[in-house]
Design a protein around this ligand. Structure first.
Ligand SMILES: CC(=O)SCCNC(=O)CCNC(=O)[C@H](O)C(C)(C)COP(=O)(O)OP(=O)(O)OC[C@H]1O[C@@H](n2cnc3c(N)ncnc32)[C@H](O)[C@@H]1OP(=O)(O)O
Length: 404
């Protein structure tokens, strides 16, 4: 019998206790009373779950209610799991496992089709049915120069920090989820980014792009000074936190804006689409260095039939896919996947996979044949694998782009 119980946290004192234990689990410094006054606003009601032992929080998990664009352009309800932490003296006693059980049951009850997260370590979440669903590129631009001939499509204006949250949140919504894997951002998410005083000292700087039809993109970044003062090597580093635009021309203008700011030596951007054509803007394309291509969001299908039916499929004959879902067994079964839709199948499975592999397949970040070659898909019929490659091929390279 477990000596803790998981439930929704409601009282201010328990929210604060859970947040404090999370900070310790993440090795962050303690939080003052005045910090907590701001941080508490970043928790939407009933979305913070805690494991309680002897009346004290020993485990923490929060869910952002969101929605995500899936291949083909539909949007499905999605819960973004974050702020998972367990007090060190309760680790490896099943606290996180019970939090996962609780939050996935809650996700089902709320009609979430997907659950996603950013993982602190890559060895944790596969056992709960999460797989790397989208990937992102970290780039460093070192003394980049804009290439002559790159066109402009509008103009860029800077906002005051007071205007930032009021203007960028609705603009993000208006621009929409233009790439598979992008997600809606609720008020709690924006509050965490802009109003949590424990997230660092430098203020965010915000610039908005206006094209022929009005505001259509923005960039949020921070500038870190460089006190080295060595001849002409002086220059700040810009850390790009968020850059979105309704079209490539708007995004290009925002990159140009950053690149042309004076006294800047480097521009760092941590989680950009892997195929973002930044190099095409540069006189010196090699100044754009890819530091990493890493996991972006981990994806778990909470409701497998609904998720499989929500996306579209490429041009190929159907495939029978058997799913083993040890953590949510009601998802287990065989599905006939075709261009016309997805139904429960009775025929012999041609491909068999576990829930975490389905999360890797869903947005098309990985090809079924590569997953099979790596031992993640058991193949009953090799012709079916080639068909699955075409069926699951995405319409755009998936990217989430929201840090949570
Ligand atoms: C989405 C996010 O919020 S990412 C942030 C995650 N949080 C952190 O990294 C903070 C620091 N770490 C922690 O607080 C804890 O170690 C946690 C939350 C990662 C794990 O919590 P625990 O309560 O110890 O996990 P629990 O006991 O339920 O373990 C379940 C299984 O996962 C395994 N596991 C747990 N943590 C890890 C890990 N870091 N790496 C690999 N395996 C792990 C356990 O060994 C166990 O395996 P088993 O079922 O084969 O026995």
């Amino acid at each position: 019998m477990a000596d803790f119980a998981v439930r929704v946290l409601t009282e201010d004192t328990e929210l604060r206790a859970a947040h404090s234990l999370l900070r310790v689990a993440l090795h962050s410094p303690p939080m003052s009373d005045s910090d907590w006054e701001s941080v508490r606003k970043t928790y939407a009601p009933k979305r913070y779950f805690g494991a309680i032992a002897d009346g004290v929080a020993v485990g923490s998990a929060y869910v952002y209610d969101s929605a995500m664009a899936v291949p083909g352009g539909n949007t499905v309800l999605m819960g973004g799991l974050a702020r998972v932490g367990v007090r060190a003296d309760y680790r490896r006693r099943g606290v996180m496992t019970e939090l996962m059980r609780f939050q996935l049951a809650d996700a089902k009850a709320n009609g979430h089709v997907l659950s996603t997260l950013h993982a602190s370590e890559s060895g944790i979440y596969g056992r709960f049915g999460y797989g790397i669903g989208t990937r992102a590129r970290e780039i460093h631009l070192i003394k980049p120069r804009i290439r002559a001939g790159v066109p402009r499509s509008g103009r860029v204006r800077m906002l005051s920090s007071a205007e930032a949250i009021e203007q960028t949140a609705p603009l993000y919504e208006r621009i929409g989820l233009y790439r598979t894997g992008m997600m809606a951002r609720g008020r709690d998410w924006w509050t965490v980014q802009f109003e949590d005083p424990t997230r660092g000292d430098e203020p965010y700087l915000v610039a908005v792009h206006s094209g022929p039809d009005g505001d259509d993109g923005y960039v949020i970044y921070k500038a870190k000074g460089n006190d080295r003062y060595v001849a002409d090597d002086y220059g700040a580093t810009l850390e790009v936190f968020d850059l979105v635009g309704a079209n490539q021309a708007a995004r290009n203008d925002l990159w140009r804006f950053l690149i042309e700011i004076d006294l800047v030596r480097e521009i760092h951007a941590h989680a950009r689409p892997v195929d973002e054509p930044v190099e095409l803007l540069l006189e010196n394309p090699r100044s754009c260095i890819t530091r990493n291509i890493d996991d972006d969001v981990w994806v778990r299908l909470v409701n497998v039939p609904a998720a499989l039916s929500a996306r579209t499929y490429g041009d190929a004959d159907p495939v029978v896919v058997a799913v083993n879902d040890a953590f949510l067994p009601e998802n287990s079964g065989s599905y006939l996947v075709s261009r016309e839709g997805v139904t429960k199948a009775t025929a012999q499975a041609e491909l068999t996979l576990d829930a975490d592999t389905l999360g890797m397949l869903y947005f098309g970040a990985w090809r079924p044949s590569d997953l099979a070659a790596a031992g993640r898909i058991r193949v009953g019929d090799h012709a079916a694998l080639a068909r699955a490659d075409r069926l699951f091929e995405p319409d755009s390279i998936p990217w989430c782009g929201t840090n949570f």
